[in-house]
Design a protein around this ligand. Structure first.
Ligand code: HEM
Length: 145
């Protein structure tokens, strides 16, 4: 029974973390398009981005924590053959953690007044969590290998 509660909490925090992973790059698209001199708009978007980054970082910890509890605590996908899905899943989770960190680096650059990429670049950047989700969820639900 405990396993199902831990899995339910894992899914809840994964969904919440993804809300931030999906929306923060969208704010970056807007920040990259702010006309020069529109200080009020830039300040408003930066405040939103800062708060959202802090919030999604707090949510990432239990999302990963409950996942590790399922894997290392309950041993799901840990021992024996047929756990390739878990290794593939963890590789994409590492991509997501790298993406989360990249969001932090972009935020710090915006805070310094730098716009490091075009709005088109941030639109493609925004697709990374979507692609990862389309790989991770079938891997963990269908366990194809
Ligand atoms: C270090 C990070 C993670 C670890 C160690 C982990 C591990 C696990 C494990 C062991 C399960 C149980 C599978 C089962 O009961 O059959 C699970 C379930 C699940 N995980 Fe993760 N996970 C992690 C991150 C994620 C992420 C980032 C996603 C995002 C899409 C995700 C989505 C899911 C879903 C949807 C389930 C439920 C699958 C089902 O009920 O069939 N997990 N996870």
């Amino acid at each position: 029974m405990a396993y199902l509660w831990v899995k339910a909490l894992h899914i809840i925090f994964v969904i919440s973390w993804f809300a931030g992973l999906f929306y923060l790059p969208r704010i970056y698209v807007n920040l990259a398009m702010v006309p020069a001199g529109s200080e009020a708009e830039r300040a408003r978007l930066l405040l939103m981005a800062r708060k959202l980054y802090r919030f999604m970082t707090v949510l990432m910890v239990p999302a990963v924590g409950f996942g590790l509890a399922l894997w290392l605590g309950f041993g799901i996908g840990l021992h024996g053959p047929g756990n390739g899905w878990m290794h593939a899943k963890l590789s994409f989770v590492l991509v997501l953690l790298g993406f989360h960190h990249a969001c932090k680096l972009e935020l710090r650059a915006f805070e310094r007044g730098e716009i490091r990429h075009s709005h088109v670049w941030y639109r493609w950047f925004n697709e990374v969590p979507t692609l990862a989700m389309f790989v991770i969820v079938p891997l963990v639900v269908a366990k194809p290998f």
